[in-house]
Every structure is written in C-alpha cells, then in structure tokens.
Unconditional design. Structure first.
Length: 157
C-alpha cells in the first residue's frame, strides 16, 4: 500500500492559503502522513492535495499524475456556484432561486449576494440591492431562505 503524502500550498499572504495550510497540517497529523509543500511536481506516494480552491484549480489543470482529490472537470464544475446550483437542481434537489447578478429579474429583497466562484463564504452577504460593481456574471443572487433553526435562535436573542 502506498503512503499518503499531504500536499499544502506554499506560504503566501492570503487568508485562504493560511486556512488550507492549517487544514493540511491537521490532516497530515491525523493520518500520520508526511506534509509536503507543493513544489510543482507530485511527490512519490499517494499525494492528497489540500490546497485553497484558486491554487488547486491551477495545480490540477496541469497535473497528469495520480492524486487524491477531484479531477479538473469536477473541480471547475463545483467551483462555479452557478453551474453547481444548476447541476443540483437538475438532479431533483431543492435549491434557492439562483441567477446571475446582472439578471433583469431578481428575487425579493433581502437576498443573498455572492461571488460566482470562490469558497469559504468569502464575499457572501445579505443584500437588498446589487451594487453596480457586482452587476455582472461574476456574481450570483439567490433567494434568501430562513430555516427553522435560524428562526428559533432569533426568538431566543
């Protein structure tokens, strides 16, 4: 059986990079696996990529080797929240009404405004209008869904 090697991204000044570097350290510790910083090539063993999404997209596009993690096509599909929402809805699951932020018809305010691509809830906010800078295909608007858990918490506060 091959040894799992956890790959983290190089140190850089980026919040996502630091979050994912910490996760890579925790995973390596839990698995008792070596922790290696990405150097441009896959190391020997069974590489498990634990990289921030933007960095992971760049790395995976150039990989031809075998590694633990999503393939480039799956990663792109999931990283694009608009495409991911359409895929999930097409599979028969309920999703909030989702549209590009430059759509002429938007859901009732307040709604959720978020970057189309990204992760870790960075840039997600509740809004009543779409700012001019976000009225484009790089942002999404979703109807706001308030669940019972939120309502129960709000009543206690």
């Amino acid at each position: 059986m091959e040894t799992v090697v956890v790959i983290r991204e190089p140190c850089r000044f980026d919040a996502l990079a630091w979050i994912h570097r910490a996760e890579a350290r925790a995973i390596a510790r839990e698995l008792g696996a070596p922790l290696v910083t990405w150097s441009g090539a896959l190391p020997a063993g069974r590489p498990l990529l634990r990289l921030s999404d933007p960095f992971m997209r760049r790395v995976v596009r150039g990989l031809g080797g075998d590694y633990c993690g999503p393939g480039a096509e799956a990663l792109e599909r999931c990283y694009d929240k608009h495409e991911a929402s359409r895929t999930v809805a097409a599979g028969g699951l309920d999703t909030p009404e989702t549209m590009l932020a430059d759509s002429p018809k938007l859901p009732d305010a307040p709604f959720v405004l978020k970057p189309r691509r990204g992760s870790d809830s960075i840039g997600v906010r509740i809004a009543s209008a779409v700012p001019a800078a976000a009225r484009n295909a790089d942002h999404l608007v979703q109807s706001r869904i308030v669940g019972r858990l939120f309502e129960a918490h709000r009543r206690r506060v």
